[in-house]
Write a protein that binds this ligand. Sequence first.
Ligand code: ADP
Ligand code: MG
Length: 872
Amino acid sequence: MDQLTPMMRQYLNVHEKVKDAILFFRLGDFYEMFFDDAITASRELEITLTGRECGLEEKAPMCGVPYHSAEGYIAKLIEKGYKVAICEQVEDPKEAKGIVKRDVVRVISPGTVNDGNYLKDRSNNYLMSIYYNMVDFGLAYMDISTGEFYVTELNGHENKYRILDEIAKISPSEILINTVLFKDKVLHETMANKFSMFTNVLPNKYFDLENSKEIISRSVGVYSVNSLGLTDRQHGLRAAGALLEYIDQTQMRTLSHIDRINWYEVDSYMSLDYATRSNLELVKTIRGGDKKGSLLGILDKTQTSMGGRKLKKWLSEPLTDPNMINKRLEAVESIYEDVSIKDRLKIALGSIYDLKRIVGKLSFGNCNSRDMTALKDSIFLIPDIKNILESAKSGYLSELRMEIDDLQDLGELIEKSINPDGPATLKEGNLIKYGYDKNVDYYRNISGNSKDMILRIEAEEKEKTGIKSLKIKYNKVFGYYIEVTRTNLHLVPERFVRKQTLANCERYFTEELKDLETKILEADEKLVELEYEIFQDVRQEIIRNINRIKKTADFISVIDVLYSFSQAAYENGYVKPSVAESDEIIIFDGRHPVVESMMDSNDFVPNSCEIDCRNNRMILITGPNMAGKSTYIRQVALITLMAQVGSFVPAKQAKIGVVDRIFTRVGASDDLASGHSTFMVEMSEVSNILKNATKNSLVILDEIGRGTSTFDGLSIAWAVAEHLAESTKVGCKTLFATHYHELTELEEMMDGVRNYCIKVQEREEGVIFLRKIVPGSADKSYGIEVAKLAGLPQGVIQRANELLLVMEEKEVRIKRSKKIQEAVSEDKDRLNLFNYKDKLVIEELETLPIEEMTPIEAMNYLNALKKRLTSE
Ligand code: ADP
Ligand code: MG
């Protein structure tokens, strides 16, 4: 350390405070990085690695980026999963003794970014914090760019894995956890594997209850947390406290736009686990992760970015209270029914800027006059929106209209003070309007008049010297000067003092010009300073009113989502569902919102659905591949979900009894897109359903049991179906698409199971998919016909048909169904698919020491087993 240069020593000392970040160390016009940081950054940013003398024998590796274009580089590093710490000079170099003091002024990580380079307009960027004490969870999350702040708790062992559902819903870009959670290896690793996000393990002091209470009341501006009514919510408070403490530590400034705590109960929303969100493609597709092709892609007609974010949030947390849902539905209906309201809303909303993010920028202190102007322009549209809503016949919309604060005082303040065409920076002047401040006007006049005077001097000097091409010019280094070309030098009078010599001209000044220059520069300097101050005053005044703006912004984003639902309903022909507390879901001529959008109109074949917790608990759908089974069961789930979000639905009519959860599972081999399509994953997900589904849940099972051998798979599918349909066990509403034809036997054996199939028509030239769902079970699987449609060579198809005939003759199928029937008559209650020989095998399997076998031994064993079972 001793040999190091003083600057390097300073660098290392500063870095010590932010060990896990890449340090951007400000030197002149550059941010420099050294040592390992330099090596990493030069690789990730593709910038040149150089070296710098540091007092040691070898040069320190170094790379750097210009400070004015640093934002893009920082965004790139954050995107790649690094933290960046910004280190600036923190004292005036003129006053520094020795080396100028430098310190970290901000740490930027994925969850604390606040500039447009990294943030997506239509997605929130959440930082999340979780407190865990081995039984209960406290959870808090915030979008720093908008100040939205939510807190909840999940208490009790039984809720342990629901924390994963919450994370899936919120999809944070960064998460803070305590050491207890970190030490729970299973939970922590599941989190890490499922969600790609930046994780920080914070020391316990961050989660300290007293500290948390203190920082919460300070940040949200209340005297004590008791006034928030959350005194006995200590897990939530701890999580919230840690989050605020982390922001304090990394942002090093007071943020004035942080919401009061929005406390919510996890049970007020429909619970959807990670797999279900992904299978139903709610906000992004499974394959590309794109919004296009997802439900959000279809429903998003929002006109503002904040509306876009609100819609995404609503889709991620459908409601369960019919009253709240109907409030939304009625509002959508009143916009839908009045085209004039709808069209006028579109225009008014379309010109409103992202007020929430503007307010975030204001609070961070990085806003300019354009942001102010955008704020003002948006504020002036609010009365229009209120007017438009006046004629709407919805209680909710009237409520919103009454509550919206139109903020006209703030709009007027900006209107009179801020120059709408000001520059992007705050240090060039030209920010404040003429007439707002006397002093600004005074200095501006000096500088304006003086510029006229320059022109006058120029004209006079031309006249006096007779040099026609004489010009008075200005540059930053030399200030004002008179320029005379070489050919006219002999005309230059004595009074001209030489300032600079160039190849083809000389530059001079005169006493008069110099005096004027001083006056102009002084006035300019004063003006810039003064304008900056006044701008900050206006900003402060706006910040004092930040909560009013945020509230209005939130109402507007709600109105935008309601508009979006109406517009989507209008464009796509949706209807208002009737939503109530009941166990029925009745859909007449329903459609899949995404699949239908990819077809020509009218090509999609609508299908109805009737399901309840009584006689139609389980709908078993059989039919060949490509018949439309998967589409159908998803469409029922999506229509239910859309209704509970408050959207109209793609159907002729729909009656939706609210469900508490939707589960969907896709059989392993159907789930290739997810990348980890192992049978094990499928089974653990099925197990999750069986443990967590309630009578009020809706379960969608698609080809469960496909990832293993036929009999295994069939047995599992069978047992799962029984468990779900059995009213003393789960008894929930289930839609089960399967290619296991044998399962259709269940209809005979259990209450509430109904067989359906999707019709196909056999023709000379092959099968035609009619896509119509009808009661009954498919009589054959049409595999060969589908293969033919898919273009398998004629010879192969022919051969397959021959083989099929042979096999059918051998009565393979008949035998199998006979076996079932025998078993049924033997033991009606507990269907036994297995004969005596199979039973022996099962017993053997139960005692098999799998843990002690190598994979090869296991394979050999399985092989032997298979041989034994298939031998006659
Ligand atoms: P399965 O699950 O039975 O194999 P899918 O549900 O995957 O069949 O449907 C296969 C294809 O059939 C879909 O990609 C879609 O293009 C089309 N399809 C499905 N349902 C319908 C329908 N109701 N109307 C028109 N086309 C449909
Ligand atoms: Mg399918």
